[in-house]
Design a protein around this ligand. Sequence first.
Ligand code: GLC
Length: 690
Amino acid sequence: MKNTQEACRDLAQEARVLLDQMTREEKIHLIVGRGSFDTHPVERLGVPSIRMTDGPLGVRVCAAGVEGIDVEEDRHTTAFPSGSAMAATWNRELIHEAAAAMGRETRATGSDILLGPGVNIVRSPLCGRTFEYFGEDPYLAGELGVAYVEGLQSQGVGCSVKHFACNNYEVERRRMSSEVDERALREIYLYAFEKIVKEADPWTLMPAYNRIRGVFATDQEYLMNDIARDEWGFRGIFVSDWTAVHSLVDSIRAGCDLEMPGLQANDRAYRRPALVQDQLLEWGLEDEDIDVLAVRMIELALKCREGRAMAGADWKVATPEAAETSYRTAVESMVLLKNEDNVLPLQPDTLKTVALIGPNIDTENMSGGGSSTVLPPYYISPLKGLREALPDDCEILAVEGYEAASGDRPEDDPRWSKALEAAQRADAVVFCGGYSDAYESEGMDRPDLQLPGAQNALLERLLDIQENTVVVLHTGSSVAMPWADRARAIVLAHYPGMCGGRALADILTGAVNPSGKLSATFYRSIEDCSAWPIPTPATREVWYGDGLFVGYRHAEARGVDPLFPFGHGLSYTTFAYRDLELPEAIPAGEPLQVRFTVTNTGEAAGMEAAQVYVGDCECSLPRPVKELKGFEKIELAPGESKTVSVTIDPRDFCFYDPVQMDWVLEPGLFEISVGASSADIRLTRHCRVG
Ligand code: GLC
């Protein structure tokens, strides 16, 4: 059995041989798509068309638009929880399993590449695609991005890590320029892409719509050729975001291998063969310029050919096993933000009446909007989930759909009084609110952190009436909670995918102990966020003046007290940390082995995502107070203890020096902090490095 290196070398050699047999016309057709989601084959040489479909939260059956794919319009696929939810699981193995399931469904629907994961850093919670991305921390996004790509590609299906790079807002995304300094670019915005390239060998990366420092991502030779290829050793291809190519010669020379969508779906494609011929003859484009891209496209097509051969005959879409994976991802993603006086878990045997109130109790609220949309075979809403989980003799008073403020007197809406009456009668209230794909979506940013409509006003009234009110929020990231001090229980459900209601009910009733932890800071107000003010449609440049100080890095450096900090999440049990062991000193270039023990000191079995942060005590340049550089999620029975080992990579002690244009370790003292969140540090030791 050839090892990966040998196999790749063989494919590269085979691609070279095939390239030498191709006409110029055939090569030009390789670097521009054919239809909406596929590429041109070279049939006489056995080079197949490459077929793609969206992710990253399951397979969006858009391949139906691709010639020759017999996909029924209503082909249903498994809807997994959103990216921010996957990140909140802090569970590498689970994300690997979910992505592998997506890989099988990608293949079963006739595609070779799933367009995901999205790993852009959540700089502003208002960005419309925060629900798709893996949170605010580069290390967390990188680690889970690696798990996702390895899981997906283990099934012979390629990924497309997106959007490369600095796609941190949606307003005017096709024109805006991200003005970011070199340290922030390297240490924050490229870090996850770099980790994935170096550790997971992704088949493709997707350059974004936006500009970086004034240059469109698809023309960014510095990012694609110089950094990704020459520095990181990226061996895959760059597939443009759809209609994101803005030049012919520049995008080719910059290393953007494939323009999408294809000629049949984009009559303004730059790489129209006749135009490319002209450029080759008249304007200084060389055949070699085309060959460099074409040979990589051939190699990718050969990988796809091999991947098809791997497919199991029994690979189907929307299997019960995939649904189970989606459910477990949802249940491990939900974050218990607050639980005063153990209001949760609900005690089903003492509950006679539960009022389920709010706009999201029975609507299909699996995900935010845009290209990540999936069409699942079913959706378990909170109402359906609670009905399943609660005893038959427990009455559920469902008052759904209350959201739009009717004028400035919401109380005039008949649903308002119905909701209050239900709350009055019930033993407990579960409010399900937050957003939906109408408020969080690709192509738009939220205007503020406020919950839509009169949700806040209604919540205040419910809290007046019923002290046993549990607030459940569907959202991609931070929302303002003016009632947070009054609510005794708050659960972040993210966008939980097709089994979300069952996962939520199991968390609320205690059938499952919550273990999710925030993948992004929740702010008290948007002015507390480093990205404020957010860009407006009139903006043309977004100045990343916060530099490295994004999310908790900003909050800790600037003394901002968040509503809920990065890495925060409660459990129905408690955990104690002890016995932190690490060497007092290590030589430069050596990894640091960190060991500590976690004990379940409560009555219920549970899972804990233990976090390891590193702070540079003596750096000559500004650095964040501390940065996440390790984590492990462990399962513990009541009273059980486990020793956790985490290895800090030597590179993670370094900072990027913009003068030397390289990663630099300044020998000195580093603080190693271990805890349950960025703001709940339990153990601290120091280590001299170098
Ligand atoms: C979209 C998105 C990208 C998606 C692509 C194909 O505009 O930005 O994430 O994969 O086009 O649908």
